[in-house]
Design a protein around this ligand. Structure first.
Ligand SMILES: O=S(=O)([O-])[S-]
Length: 268
């Protein structure tokens, strides 16, 4: 299973579905999942992956809760997780980022998610998937791709960290306020997450993503920290950066933390 690419096309996944180690996890809305999913795919509500508590609901849940979630999806070290969703990769990215955080790098993303799967005319089922829970224990990897507010503050001005803000231009400028304070982290580059999806190719990752990002100044010459409001949109931008081989981490506290602290530096 080790030769399966990170970014998997629908036809490639279709040919792998019979393999025991493959586990497709669908983070589509519950309605969309129930209406039809990939045979054998298990539905996972995104809330399972978020702390969910104010002011920064996008932080990681407790390690106990993460362990329960990973056991419930039957994760073992040999399980190849393939994540998909119905929105172009935000929640699927959040699952894959979480797996990377716990050191489980055996995963793929279904490129274009359920949009691409359905438009390829591949089979759907409404039958519930059954999974035998595992007894895996989970811990945070030493090299987890995570950065916190304090670490970002320490590195501001050192010129070795590039902030990639995946929110909308209005959130970035501060005209749209969804925290106590509006604006962006000083020096952050704004590249809204959906710009990395190709609507002409069923929301697959755009083929020129590397050049597109480099033209904006996100070229991997510095370590990248990506964030949004609650590390949902930025889970997709993390995944895109990862798929391009860029040195990228995510800031799960995101703007819901940074913009609600009174002493963090802000540009608007
Ligand atoms: O986390 S979020 O910015 O998508 S609300």
């Amino acid at each position: 299973m080790s030769d399966i690419p990170l970014i998997l096309e629908p036809e490639q996944l279709a040919s792998l579905l019979e393999h025991e180690e493959i586990r497709v996890i669908d983070l589509s809305s519950p309605q969309n999942y129930l209406a039809g999913h990939i045979p054998g795919a298990l539905g996972l509500p995104f809330q399972a992956l978020m702390a969910g508590t104010p002011p920064a609901p996008g932080k990681l849940p407790s390690i106990e809760r993460l362990t329960q979630v990973m056991q419930a999806i039957g994760l073992t070290p040999d399980t190849r997780i393939v994540a998909c969703d119905d929105e172009g990769g935000g929640w699927a990215g959040r699952l894959l980022w979480t797996l990377e955080v716990i050191g489980h790098t055996n995963y793929s993303y279904l490129n274009g998610g359920m949009t691409a799967w359905k438009n390829a005319g591949l089979p759907l089922t409404t039958e519930d998937a059954t999974v035998t829970p595992s007894s895996i224990t989970v811990s945070i990897a030493d090299d987890a791709p995570m950065i916190d507010a304090e670490q970002i503050q320490q590195r501001l001005g050192q010129n070795d960290l590039q902030i990639w803000d995946a929110r909308s231009p209005l959130e970035y400028s501060g005209e749209r306020m969804v925290a106590m304070r509006g604006g962006h982290i000083p020096g952050a580059i704004n590249c809204e997450w959906t710009q990395l999806m190709d609507p002409q190719r069923d929301l697959r990752i755009r083929e020129d993503a590397k050049e597109f990002l480099a033209a904006l100044g996100i070229d991997g010459s510095r370590e990248i920290a990506t964030h949004c409001q609650s590390h949902h949109r930025s889970a997709f931008t993390w995944l895109v950066g990862k798929s391009l081989g860029l040195p990228i981490k995510a800031y799960p506290g995101s703007w819901s933390e940074w913009g609600n602290l009174s002493d963090t530096p802000i540009e608007s």
